[in-house]
Design a protein around this ligand. Structure first.
Ligand SMILES: Cc1cc2nc3c(=O)[nH]c(=O)nc-3n(C[C@H](O)[C@H](O)[C@H](O)COP(=O)(O)O)c2cc1C
Length: 264
């Protein structure tokens, strides 16, 4: 809950302002059309007023495929952890009623999983079922879908910021909003894929033992490639990994909390 007071003033409208309501996550299939250089430049330029931030935009097919493999491994870890599985399931609204009541998280249709995918998600909602599915090897379908999402992208980006203070992360979040709105303005589809960045952050703040030994081994092997592909400097924090491209129209948008405006 936040109170925001609005006052009339003679400031001009920011060109990104009208895209605030249009911005959304797009998890549909993307169609691999290459991004125009001028769009890539606009995306990098959107960070100009946020010193210390930068974005690595990967467009080479060969590198995107390597990132897809990396995302596959990381998403496998996510599906094999009870805490992360249950966290994701809590965010999904399995019925319209729950969705309207909660007005946060995401309606199941927003995941663009299709009829079969939705059945699968409902079936593996309790951890005991997901765990069983993991043991049969069928759980790999989830990381496979995530990696396919990367393969279909025109670009994969990593937004970074120098430093790791709370203030750096707040500025990183502001920069992310500008970058995402710029992509919306350019007509690009955008999907955050943050398991990688969240795992990396945990690793960097000395919490690698939060991962099982098997998962530490997987992550330990992944990091050198991740650092190489995204040209990581040791003093940088990682705000968000995302895929960009040209997707379809989303089946269903997430709801917004009601807002009450008081004009002073
Ligand atoms: C910090 C952050 C991390 C996110 N991570 C993911 C992710 O890993 N995968 C994904 O599909 N969406 C991810 N999202 C997208 C959110 O699910 C989405 O923004 C939220 O449900 C609201 O929907 P909207 O973006 O369509 O308005 C992330 C969003 C934020 C802000």
């Amino acid at each position: 809950m936040a109170d925001i007071n609005l006052f009339p003033c003679d400031k001009k409208e920011n060109p990104l302002q009208r895209f605030i309501w249009e911005r959304h996550t797009n998890r549909t299939q993307f169609n691999k059309i290459p991004l125009a250089q001028k769009d890539l430049n606009q995306i990098s330029k959107s960070l100009f007023s946020f010193p210390g931030t930068s974005v690595s935009l990967i467009t080479k097919k060969e590198h995107i495929n390597k990132i897809a493999r990396l995302v596959y491994e990381v998403d496998r870890i996510r599906t094999e952890r009870r805490d992360l599985h249950e966290h994701l399931m809590q965010m999904i609204c399995f019925t319209d009623e729950v969705s309207r009541l909660k007005r946060n998280g995401f309606p199941i249709k927003n995941l663009e999983a299709g009829f079969g995918g939705e059945l699968f998600l409902k079936f593996c909602r309790p951890w005991v079922m997901m765990n069983l599915i993991n043991k049969t090897g069928m759980g790999k379908i989830i990381p496979y879908m995530a990696s396919q999402g990367i393969r279909q992208a025109s670009a994969v980006g990593l937004l970074k910021i120098n430093g790791n203070s709370i203030k750096n992360f707040i500025v990183g979040g502001q920069a992310l909003e500008r970058l995402w709105l710029t992509c919306t303005r350019l007509g690009l589809s955008f999907q955050p894929m943050t398991a990688v960045t969240l795992f990396r952050h945990r690793w960097e703040i000395g919490l690698k033992n939060d991962f099982s030994l098997a998962h530490q081994q997987i992550l330990g092997k992944i990091w050198p490639l991740y650092e190489y592909l995204f040209e990581i400097n040791s003093n940088e924090s990682h705000i968000m990994l995302f895929r960009l491209g040209y997707g379809g129209k989303v089946s269903c948008r997430t709801l917004r909390k009601d807002i009450k405006i008081n004009m002073l």
